[in-house]
Design a protein around this ligand. Structure first.
Ligand SMILES: Nc1ncnc2c1ncn2[C@@H]1O[C@H](COP(=O)(O)OP(=O)(O)OP(=O)(O)O)[C@@H](O)[C@H]1O
Ligand SMILES: [Mg+2]
Length: 268
């Protein structure tokens, strides 16, 4: 099957001359969840900007749905849901309800279809009570929920999430993780960046670790990447607790606490 995202030896330059490299290859298949890990400034947000067509690549290959995203901004945007790292940058309508309706309205959906979709989405995200609220009055976690609802209302095929767990309480993180799992099962591809190493084994099928400067330092399923604690520390990434523990025990790293408990209770 054709990958949803295909990136190869990419480089981008900011107006001030700052150059960010992505040496190597990243492929995202339909229904795959890929997580980007990397220290501050390693290029996670830059890569998401390149994929969403907001930034022009300087070198290399980037295809989203088989097309270069910068030159096909409208096409790519029609199939994309985005959660920005600073959510306040994307919450622009006066009220929550109007904000969630923004994408469908922008795409010219009929009003009846818009209001049905808004109701369904607000219910799904448990944010009906926030309907009339000005977005600037929301708590940090509420803003993330509203932005995520707005990103998903038009049922995108690809979801880009820059630090989706930031500001969410533990229950909100679990719910978001569950939601991402369900979306992926229904065929939605997900690319997320995060510093939350302890959540990522459940949130992603594959992990890409960026080294400072944007080099693709590691790539693989969580149990493989998290078995390499020393390398992660060199890349300024704290290994997840399970990864660190099972690495010290010299045993394969499980994905979940439940899996770990089951392994540890097995007779030796
Ligand atoms: N608007 C900009 N102008 C100039 N340089 C930028 C700009 N945005 C990012 N950079 C630089 O590009 C590099 C990658 O930054 P980026 O924001 O992609 O990192 P990140 O991995 O998302 O970091 P964080 O974990 O802090 O969110 C950094 O060196 C950063 O200083
Ligand atoms: Mg970032």
């Amino acid at each position: 099957m054709e990958p949803v995202i295909h990136i190869e030896d990419l480089a981008a330059v900011y107006p001030g001359g700052e150059k960010v490299f992505f040496e190597g290859k990243i492929l995202v298949a339909p229904g795959e969840r890929l997580a980007l890990l990397g220290a501050n400034g390693s290029g996670k947000t830059t890569l998401l900007r390149l994929i969403s067509g907001l930034m022009k690549p300087e070198e290399g290959k980037i295809l989203v749905f088989g097309r270069p995203p910068f030159a096909n901004f409208d096409f790519v945007r029609d199939h994309l849901g985005v959660l920005l790292q600073h959510v306040e940058d994307q919450l622009i309508a006066p009220t929550v309800e109007e904000d969630i309706a923004f994408t469908p309205r922008n795409r010219g959906w009929p009003e009846k279809k818009i209001s049905e979709a808004v109701e369904r989405t607000m219910r799904d995200f448990g944010i009906e009570a926030l309907r009339e609220r000005p977005v600037h009055s929301l708590s940090a976690g509420e803003r993330v929920r509203v932005a995520l609802a707005g990103a998903l209302i038009a049922r995108p095929e690809l979801l880009l999430l820059d630090e989706p767990f930031e500001h969410l309480d533990p229950q909100g993180r679990r719910e978001t993780n569950e939601l991402l799992g369900n979306l992926a099962s229904s065929g939605v591809s997900i690319l997320l960046s995060t510093h939350q190493v302890n959540l990522v084994s459940e949130a992603a099928d594959k992990i890409v670790v960026l080294a400072p400067g944007g080099r693709l330092a590691m790539q693989g399923p969580p149990e493989e990447v998290f078995g390499r604690s020393e390398e992660l520390l060199e890349l300024r990434i704290e290994p997840p607790i399970l990864g660190d523990l099972f690495h010290r025990l010299k045993r394969p790293v499980p994905r979940t606490v439940a899996e770990a408990a089951e392994i540890l209770q097995r007779p030796a």
